[in-house]
Design a protein around this ligand. Sequence first.
Ligand SMILES: Cc1ncc(COP(=O)(O)O)c(C=O)c1O
Length: 400
Amino acid sequence: MAFKNRDHYQRALEVIPWATQTNAKRLLPGCCESMPPFIKRADGCRMWDLDDCEYIDFRASLGPIILGYRHPAVEQAVRDQMENGVLFSMASPLELEATEAVMQNVPWLEQVRFMKTGADACTCCVRLARAFTGRDRIVSIGYHGYHDWFAFQWPNNGVPAELKKFVYDIPYGDSREAEHIFVKHGDKIAAVITEPYDWQEIPGEEFIKTLRALCDRHGSLLIFDEILTGFRLARGGAQEYYGVTPDLSAFAKAMANGYPLSAYAGKKRYMQQLEKTILTTTYAGETLSLAACIAVMKVMQNEPVHDHIVAMGQRLKDGMDEIISEIGIPAHTGGVAQMPLFRFDFDDASKNMLWHDQLFSKLYSRGVFANDRWIIMYAHQAADIDYTLEQIRLSIRELC
Ligand SMILES: Cc1ncc(COP(=O)(O)O)c(C=O)c1O
């Protein structure tokens, strides 16, 4: 780690727990020497650290950057809105315009309401499901943010242990466990909330259909946590990808290209539970993010965003497969082209971890920023992918 990065990091550690606000932005312990702790600017698919080192970015701010950093149409929409103001004493007309723009891309939605974070949107869906069904229990699959109803998984974490009895946490793909829970507790379950795609190798379609059928049979709601899949897996998210329609969905990352916006949305009869409960926050109608969202939705309608992302992701995945067989290392790729995975497959798990850290350390030093999941943006071009593949090839050769 070069001078400015190191100095800033030491100062930050003193006054900011974790030295960052976000868990996934903490330095990977095995990569501390070359992973940049701070990024001072980004443009397109590139970003620069405090020491002016340049990286091709495959983390996309953990998912929100779908078009690329500082996309001109989005930035112009935000600049225009800034002339009119950020937050008003009554609703902004952009709230309706953004709702209609989202509904054009995700046609199954009947009503939409905005929030600020993914955790907010997931919590809102769970609250509505509980209000509609009058039941307390939830089946939870995947990660849904830091709020109390979900965060009891971490030990000694300040969340009342009592809450645990309201949430059955099951692994993605485990249809048998889902069926088992419904047989025992079906009449108490308000909803299943699931990440619709698990980004690993487990095929999801049958599992999602099983969850839909279980919910229908037992009068529970199906909630898709589309924080990561929304507007990325397909323009219409996981509902379009699988052809399975949930009752409610939570959206966030990718809906405003990095501006802080999330949404909970779905069928009117569930959204209208808002007559009974309170879901409200002062900043949800903040206009810069809504303007960004409208611009993103338009770009997705007018340009081949998703075709390009899939083409670039497939190029990366195919190239990685070629490197694996050319060098003859135990490794595999997986996941969908929108966000491919690369994993080592040594019998020894600690060797997999070591090689992972060494590979990514080398890639950071060579100006490629990624982790296991390689998030593709509309801004990535074939030359960026080919340069990246060459750095992967050189790095793995050095490891062998
Ligand atoms: C699937 C999923 N749900 C919920 C969340 C929480 O979103 P946020 O960090 O915006 O609260 C995340 C964040 O990574 C996520 O990936």
